[in-house]
Design a protein around this ligand. Sequence first.
Ligand SMILES: C[S@@+](CC[C@H](N)C(=O)[O-])C[C@H]1O[C@@H](n2cnc3c(N)ncnc32)[C@H](O)[C@@H]1O
Length: 210
Amino acid sequence: MNEEIKYKNIPAMTPTVVHDYLTKIGSEWTGQGVAVELGSWLGATAVPLLTGLITAGYDKPFYAFDRWQANEPEVEKAKRQGVNVYVGEDLLPLFYKNTSKVYNQMKCHKGSISLNLKQYPGDPIEICLFDAPKQDPVFSDAIQALSPHWIPGVTILGLLDYYFYKKRPARREEILVQKRYIEQNAGCFELIADWPDQCSCAFFKVKKIP
Ligand SMILES: C[S@@+](CC[C@H](N)C(=O)[O-])C[C@H]1O[C@@H](n2cnc3c(N)ncnc32)[C@H](O)[C@@H]1O
């Protein structure tokens, strides 16, 4: 399993199959809501999603939340994929550089996701990606802030760490939070895509708001 496959020239923490799927769901945008991403890093998931959204006529803000401050594992991951950043570097300029090639209505909220989500303006959400909140309290904060804005029957929720507990048995309890949430609200979600042999990501259609 290799989850570090560059998207074009952008270092990634997700595989090609997910980038392709993001472009597909973006291209199926219905116009009813915005896209929100929690955990954008250098743009390797935002850019393929935007690429699809644009083909569908997307003209709304794209909300991205991240601390965009490189830590050691991120520096190593970027280096392995041919991009040099340093510990503590502000990565937001690099995210803007990568996304500006495809879209310029980015609404970036830099810093703690839990804190910054308090500023979410309340636009209905059609595509909602979680690639940072994989444990509490961040996961519950994110659900509390964003779920009221999901559109039943329309919103796609991408939980990019859904199967992560399989890779980290020692942290199993704390990182089972995404899976437990879906299971506890089983009637509200329908699994629409996953690749459990290749990566930790799973996508769900929101049928009802829990
Ligand atoms: C898994 S990476 C995102 C990878 C990206 N989606 C991709 O596939 O290339 C998670 C990102 O979320 C950020 N992050 C994690 N927890 C956070 C928090 N509580 N507040 C803000 N950012 C956070 C990290 O700094 C990192 O940039």
